[in-house]
Design a protein around this ligand. Structure first.
Ligand SMILES: [Zn+2]
Length: 373
């Protein structure tokens, strides 16, 4: 009964919406999901955007995904016969991977303003600091969208990234996440004194210096150093900061124990890099055979739109991605954490029976927390 309810709502949405297909839609492999699985069928192709939209109207799939890769024969099988022609560069930022403090309250797989805010900040960092700031991509070639559930997707659609191989894509993720950062490339001895990156340096050097200074100021060094060492730096705060700003890391006491700091830089790298989650979730970046949610399609686990946005700062996923209305739907809820939709908070619920607005009902039913009465 619940599946039929959701499908009818999705069908109604697609009959009035016209989601714009991605560039080169006919060179991509498409996949669709239903009530049981996010990808129930794949290896589909469409000759045009119109054909795709007609399919969405006819079938109202609960999940719509396509390949970041472009193929000569997107519907051929097995994969090798598709003839890979290149791929967009995709990043997936998921609130669950950021270890938000609120997870203890609402559990994995649920969201609130805190963790969605963290995912948004992480996305802004990736876009502004790395993709635009360091990689020098053109803003017009970065396409951002809410994932429809717990985070954000970034699609770099640029001829320069298309031919990148899987190992090359992995190197990009390593750089962005600060994985495998080695102190020996940043610090050296000169005239009996340890020198290192300055605050004004570009790339990871400057990021390490600025990050270290921020951690001294914010008394957060314990994240990367022993408490006793951290306290020593707090005590000499102004001297430490003045030194690091100029690249004089002797003030940090690096001189005698350079080796013992190796792990510290790796930890600092992880603090300052973008948190893209574990390897499984990074796969979407370097495994170009994966399918990604189509922007502006509905997400079957929430009923929210995987909405495109060009101004992330102002974007409010629990408001801007809501497409269903307020007509009352009668529901039964055994247990569900609270959720904000629009400017209103609903729940938490325990043994609730009553009416809720359609958009909230769709959300809770898709999350398998509510049943129709
Ligand atoms: Zn949360």
């Amino acid at each position: 009964m619940e599946e039929g309810f959701v499908r009818a709502r999705f069908s109604n949405y697609y009959s009035r919406a016209y989601p714009s297909p991605p560039p080169s839609a006919s060179s991509r492999e498409w996949g669709f999901g239903g009530w049981e699985k996010k990808i129930e069928s794949r290896h589909s192709r469409f000759n045009s955007g119109e054909e795709l939209v007609a399919y969405l109207r006819r079938n109202a799939p609960l999940y719509v995904s396509y390949s970041s890769a472009y193929y000569e024969f997107p519907d051929a099988r097995p994969m090798e016969r598709k003839n890979w022609l290149g791929a967009d560069l995709i990043f997936d930022i998921d609130a669950d991977q950021l270890n938000p403090p609120c997870i203890e309250k609402h559990g994995k797989g649920w969201v609130c303003d805190t963790c969605l805010g963290m995912a948004k900040n992480e996305t802004i960092k990736l876009v502004e600091e790395f993709l635009l700031g360091e990689f020098g991509f053109n803003r017009d070639n970065l396409h951002l969208n809410f994932s429809g559930n717990r985070g954000y997707h970034i699609h770099v659609i640029d001829d320069e990234v298309k031919p990148l191989t899987s190992p090359q894509r992995r190197e990009i993720t390593d750089y962005i996440t600060g994985k495998g950062l080695e102190g020996k490339y940043f610090f050296f001895e000169r005239g009996g004194r340890w020198e290192g990156p300055k605050k004004s340096d570009s790339g990871w050097g400057g990021r390490l210096a600025r990050g270290f200074i921020e951690m001294v100021k914010g008394k957060k060094l314990e994240r990367i150093l022993k408490p006793s060492t951290s306290k020593r730096f707090y005590k000499n705060e102004s001297e430490v900061i003045a030194g690091v700003e100029r690249g004089n890391w002797d003030v940090v006491g690096l001189g005698s124990s350079h080796k013992s700091y190796e792990d510290t830089w790796e930890r600092l790298g992880q603090e300052l890099g973008v948190k893209l989650g574990d390897n499984i979730d990074q796969n979407v970046t370097f495994d170009t055979s994966k399918l990604i949610r189509m922007p502006d399609s509905l997400h079957g686990e929430t009923g929210l739109l995987a909405k495109r946005t060009s101004s992330l700062e102002k974007f409010d996923p629990l408001k801007d991605s809501v497409v269903f209305g307020k007509s009352p739907i009668k529901l039964k809820i055994e247990k569900a954490p609270e959720i904000r939709i629009w400017d209103e908070t609903f729940g938490p619920y325990e043994n609730f029976e009553g009416e809720l607005p359609e958009a909230v009902a769709v959300y809770l039913i898709c999350k398998r927390r509510a049943k129709l009465v």
